[in-house]
Design a protein around this ligand. Structure first.
Ligand code: DHE
Length: 514
């Protein structure tokens, strides 16, 4: 009866759907998940899941995406990327199996050798043939790079007019602060998938790229602008690149006396020491890699500083003689919810002082300023609603400032009386606190876009304006007058994660990250 109510066209349509379902089911029965992966995924994500034009699909690289979200991406695709929707091609059970498959460690050992690094290098433009003067007019020291992780782009922003100059695609999932060459002409990005991209700001072109690892933490640039150091989770190593053309200088396997290798938590540049400093995640050592030949230190020959505890996250004092770390005890495994603070000598590895901080201080995002004639360090906390303010001479915590929730980023500028801290986690994520650096009190709490995360501030070169991100696909960059705290302008952006001012970064302004 039902069929009689339908016209021919509808019957044909229904039969096509039934046929599609049957063929999907029989295909699903016959093919293994590996074959499905090979057929539909390998061309973009690589046969060994190491990535290609799409990101790597290994558990370490996917650790930040929940399985349900990954399933949704396979079924429905990812907007503004080349990832297609497979819901019409694969059955639900095939999508489930594929999801499980990509979260499994690979059967074979994953390697990324020197030859893979060198073979991955792409020279998009011959730098020597490009103009060495900017092709646009602006104060080149007051430019910002804004990383928009929502659709994997970056915007070059004029820091005087607050107008975008150029928007360009980045690699998938850029993380950490992009690093500028000392003259501010080039900027280097690191993606979680290990791609290092060099962008020429004068010519508005990505000039070179290389894949330095499979799962990368971050990159640092030497003070002289000649060397890039990349810290990797996978493989366990530090990769040194020539900043000029991104060619490989050297890989340094992170191995201790017992032959055990470690992931690298992060690598930073220590300009006064002419070195890179890297923290090890899996054994209690900090490594120093001189990028200049020095007395007792040979260029690119690493030195190992043995410490009593693991340092998960760290900060340096101004002359880089001390490292201030959020530490995990030597016998602990993985990330802990309760860390302690340690001050350690960079030369001996010896403990100089304990610091009275707990929870998960985010020292990497710490800033310093002069308070009543002494230098203080302020750090947000990833697990508690407080900012710790520490005297950098006595190493005593002089203030615990209560906030509306755990925070991620903190910022100030020498010319500003204020410091900003976000409330990244919890119900107050849409709020941001402004702290008076003289009174050490919160003087204002802003809520610029109710319901949407407000985070990460960076100042203009002169410290007169503060730029804030609204972390949303339908997000924004908000410019505040840093003195009156009044909003000046709002620019729409796609989840702008961070913004980085050329002058503040290249001059190691103490209110910002380095
Ligand atoms: Fe980051 C910087 C580590 C999660 C956004 N983050 C850094 C740096 C380190 C680090 C070591 C310094 C690198 C540099 O600038 O050279 N981040 C970690 C983690 O261990 C953690 C907690 C877990 C992880 O999966 O890696 C983590 N980070 C995040 C995020 O979830 C954030 C919010 C979103 C994202 O992009 O993944 C995030 N991290 C950032 C940003 C910076 C950063 C925007 C640069 C801050 C700056 O102003 O310099």
């Amino acid at each position: 009866m039902f069929f009689f109510c339908l016209n021919k066209k509808r019957i044909l349509f229904l039969l096509t759907i039934v046929f599609q379902m049957l063929s999907q089911a029989s295909y699903a029965n016959k093919t293994t998940v590996k074959e499905t992966y090979k057929k539909h995924c390998a061309s973009c994500h690589g046969e060994a899941r190491l990535g290609g034009i799409g990101p790597a699909l290994l558990p370490g690289n996917l650790s930040r995406i929940k399985e349900a979200a990954a399933k949704d991406v396979i079924a429905n695709g990812r907007a503004l990327t080349q990832m297609p929707a497979f819901a019409k091609v694969l059955s639900k059970s095939q999508i489930n199996s594929l999801t499980q498959f990509i979260y499994q460690p690979p059967a074979e050992k994953v390697e990324w050798l020197d030859k893979d690094i060198s073979n991955s290098r792409i020279i998009h433009f011959d730098q020597s043939k490009l103009d060495n003067k900017p092709i646009f007019k602006a104060d080149m020291q007051n430019l910002f790079i804004v990383v928009e992780i929502g659709d994997h782009h970056a915007t070059l922003l004029d820091g005087d007019k607050f107008e975008p100059i150029h928007r360009f695609a980045t690699r998938y999932a850029v993380h950490g602060g992009p690093k500028y060459s000392p003259d501010g002409r080039f900027v280097y990005f690191a993606s979680r998938d290990g791609w290092i991209s060099k962008f020429d700001i004068y010519n508005l072109k990505t000039v070179a790229e290389v894949r330095a690892g499979i799962n990368t933490r971050n990159a640092a640039i030497s003070f002289d602008g000649k060397t890039i150091a990349v810290g990797n989770y996978l493989p366990h190593n530090i990769v040194l690149l020539d900043a000029n053309d991104l060619s490989l200088i050297k890989t340094i396997s992170t191995k201790n006396d017992q032959g055990k290798t470690s992931r690298v938590s992060a690598v930073y540049t220590a300009p006064t020491r002419g070195s890179f400093v890297a923290a090890m995640k899996d054994f209690t050592e900090i490594w120093e890699i001189p990028y200049l030949n020095q007395k007792n230190k040979k260029q690119y020959q690493h030195q190992r500083i043995k410490t009593t505890d693991y340092l998960d996250d760290f900060f340096f004092n101004q002359d880089y003689s001390l490292v201030i770390g959020a530490s995990r005890p030597a016998n602990s495994q993985g990330r802990q919810k309760n860390l302690t603070g340690k001050v350690i000598s960079m030369d001996s590895g010896k403990l100089v002082s304990d610091i009275d901080i707990s929870g998960m201080p985010h020292l990497g995002s710490g800033i310093t300023w002069n308070y009543q004639g002494r230098e203080v360090l302020a750090s947000p906390n990833l697990s508690r609603g407080e900012v710790s303010i520490i005297d950098m001479k006595s190493w005593k915590t002089i203030k615990r400032l209560k906030t509306k929730g755990p925070g991620f980023f903190m910022r100030s500028h020498d010319a500003s009386r204020y410091a900003w801290v976000d409330v990244f986690f919890g119900p107050h994520k849409d709020k941001i606190h402004v702290i008076d650096k003289h009174s050490l009190e919160i003087v204002k709490t802003l809520q610029p876009a109710p319901g949407k995360t407000a985070a990460h501030i960076e100042y203009t070169k002169d410290g007169k304006y503060a730029l804030l991100s609204i972390w949303d696909m339908d997000g924004a960059l908000i410019i505040y007058d840093a003195e009156t705290l009044k909003e000046i302008k709002r620019l729409p952006m796609k989840k702008p994660s961070g913004k980085y001012n050329v002058y503040n970064k290249t001059h190691y302004e103490r209110g910002t990250s380095h």
